[in-house]
Design a protein around this ligand. Structure first.
Ligand SMILES: [Fe+2]
Length: 259
């Protein structure tokens, strides 16, 4: 795998994203946000990879998977105006179809293509499926970590610096009721990533995003999240209810113990 292959895919990606325009300002903002997210995930993969003993070719492959992991988000946003995945509109399936229709992995071997597709397919499953092949596994884990770090970066920044409701799609169109769902609270107390299905309110969503720390695969990921104080930033935007204080404390201690 040569750097040139990455550069060709990156040039295609830039051009593809530039083709999406929206009259709705919030959609335009979110397209830009997802584009920058994709580039940052690819960069984070380089940062995390030192711990993973990848050779240069594997690192390029992991960066391709990182750059393309959310490819389906652009069509999802423009066509359906949402970040919400349903059975009919799923950003993972949209992404894989786009990739195939554009023959984007033509310079990759079959094995390399499978690694990229496995990484896209499994990047945001709450739990890592056991069926992933050993060859794909390190790549899937790397993409998942980089994605989680940058999700925390985006949302910590958004919640801290914007009025609630200013980006409804980023808030997943959730209600701003102060309630914390029981299942969300229980997952965190058990140190498990909150299942997105249990998220009912914006506060649940914030806790779900914070709970992503329970499924990280490298020490460096914990280090970055801790140094950037993402959890604290999100916590500071939440009502200081007992459930919020208890869950924050649990996550803070968990994170400190991983360093
Ligand atoms: Fe992502």
């Amino acid at each position: 795998m040569r750097e040139e292959v990455y550069n060709n895919i990156e040039a295609w990606f830039e051009n593809y994203v530039a083709g999406f325009e929206s009259e709705i300002e919030e959609i335009g903002t979110n397209i830009e946000l997802k584009k920058n997210h994709s580039f940052r995930v690819s960069e984070l993969i380089t940062e995390l990879s030192e711990e993973w003993e990848l050779d240069e070719a594997d690192l390029i492959l992991a960066r391709i998977a990182g750059l393309l992991h959310d490819l389906g988000r652009f069509e999802q946003l423009i066509k359906y105006g949402t970040f919400s995945d349903t059975e009919q509109i799923n950003h993972i399936q949209l992404g894989i179809s786009t990739l195939e229709e554009n023959n984007l992995l033509s310079e990759l071997s079959d094995e390399e293509s499978k690694i990229v597709i496995d990484s896209i397919q499994n990047h945001n499953e709450t739990l890592l499926p056991k069926s992933i092949s050993p060859t794909s596994l390190p790549f899937v884990k790397l993409v998942r970590d980089a994605d989680k770090i940058d999700i925390l970066h985006i949302v910590a920044n958004y919640y801290s610096n914007n009025k609630q409701g200013s980006n409804k799609r980023l808030e997943m169109e959730l209600s701003d009721k102060h309630d914390i769902s029981k299942k969300v609270f229980q997952s965190i107390i058990n140190e498990k990533v909150v299942d997105y299905k249990d998220v009912m309110t914006l506060n649940d969503l914030k806790l779900q995003q914070m709970s992503l720390i329970f499924d990280l695969n490298s020490k460096k990921s914990f280090k970055i999240i801790s140094e950037k104080t993402y959890l604290k930033q999100i916590f500071e935007t939440m009502p200081k209810k007992d459930e919020v204080i208890d869950t924050y404390r649990q996550m803070k201690i968990f994170l400190e113990n991983q360093l």
